[in-house]
Design a protein around this ligand. Structure first.
Ligand code: SF4
Ligand code: SF4
Ligand code: SF4
Length: 325
């Protein structure tokens, strides 16, 4: 008897669409996926309506790959619905796992985000100062829009997640491996991150000399030596605090790791781990020398939040800026 095909679903919440492309990036292996699994919901590619998902029996979907953070009422509803309809829910990509780039908006609230985006951005021409509303009376009837929340949340701050596949977007080799493990029924225990138990530094081929640095450069300010560790050349590279699996692809392009793989195994706070790693290397030889000034050294980092928490603010211990109402 022919083996029954698996049922996969894909969904995008607060997402840029890059994670959808990552699925297609597995190239011809997508044909293997189609041979083994039916895709029962994929808004970017298939015209299947929300009501069709609502009509599915609970646990009808074998695996749902959910990318994007939770920013609106609609995304929260879909996270809850797909959790109910799926046996396995995978947080796919940095935004679903950690809040990602959308999570950086947690330094502001809804009002401030709307004012910036719709009223004050230099490229905005909004004569009537219109900002999004949850309902609008049109001649044809009243239109409803989902509410935009004050805070961006990770998927597991919204519903229970079974597996995490980090990356911005997840590297194609890891997507293929994860799909292979699902198909062969070789998934690790629930709650696991479907990526290697090592850091980006562990995968990086560059020479490390354990040198101190006293000057921090932004990437455009120097032409780094392609053989030597970028951090030891003064470019902040998140490799020591970031889970590997991408084969150090940014560093191999002579660019620093920005941390999309999420925290290292057994590390909760990626930003704090990087600050710790940096503090052990930042300084001048002989820290008791009169010229040592920790604050001055640290002040060279122009965008600490975007550097240390680029993908992880929503999941971090900081979570968001506290606002007075
Ligand atoms: S993880 Fe990266 S590629 Fe995926 S949706 Fe978020 S920003 Fe886009
Ligand atoms: S800090 Fe960056 S460049 Fe240096 S070894 Fe680690 S990953 Fe490689
Ligand atoms: S090097 Fe860092 S930023 Fe680049 S893909 Fe790997 S984990 Fe992501």
């Amino acid at each position: 008897m022919e083996k029954e095909k698996l049922k996969f679903a894909f969904y995008w919440a607060a997402s840029c669409g890059g994670c959808e492309i990552a699925v297609l990036d597995i190239d011809e292996k997508i044909l293997d996926v189609v041979a083994l699994a039916d895709i029962v919901f994929w808004p970017v590619a298939l015209d299947i309506k929300y009501k069709d998902v609502e009509a599915m029996p609970d646990k009808h979907v074998d695996v749902c790959f959910f990318n994007g953070a939770i920013r609106t009422e609609e995304q929260e509803h879909m996270a809850k619905l797909l959790r109910k309809k799926s046996k396995i829910l995978v947080a796919f990509g940095s935004c679903a796992c950690q809040g990602g780039i959308p999570g950086l908006a947690n330094v502001a609230n809804k009002k401030e985000v709307f004012e910036r985006a719709y009223l004050h951005a230099p490229s905005t021409n909004n004569r009537n100062s219109t900002t999004p509303k949850t309902s609008f009376k049109a001649p044809e009837g009243e239109l409803q829009l989902p509410e935009f929340f004050d805070t961006v949340k990770t998927l597991d701050q919204t519903v229970e997640v079974d597996y995490y596949l980090p990356g911005c977007p997840p590297p194609s080799n890891q997507v293929s491996e994860a799909v292979g493990a699902i198909v062969k029924n070789e998934l690790p225990p629930k709650g696991a991150v479907l990526a290697p138990e090592k850091s980006v530094c562990d995968e990086c081929p560059r020479k490390k000399e354990e040198k101190k640095i006293s000057t921090i450069y932004r990437v455009y300010e120097i032409m780094p030596d392609p053989e030597r560790c970028l951090l030891e050349q003064g470019i902040v590279c998140m490799g020591p605090a970031t889970r590997g699996g991408c084969e150090a692809q940014c560093i191999n392009a002579n660019m620093p790791c920005t941390g999309c793989g999420g925290p290292c195994p057994n590390e909760v706070e990626q930003g704090a781990a990087m600050i710790g790693a940096l503090s052990s290397i930042l300084g001048v030889d002989g820290e008791k020398e009169p010229e040592y000034d920790a604050e001055k050294l640290i002040a060279q980092i122009k965008d600490p939040l975007g550097t240390f928490y680029r993908y992880s603010l929503a999941a971090s211990l900081l979570k968001r800026k506290v606002m007075k109402r």
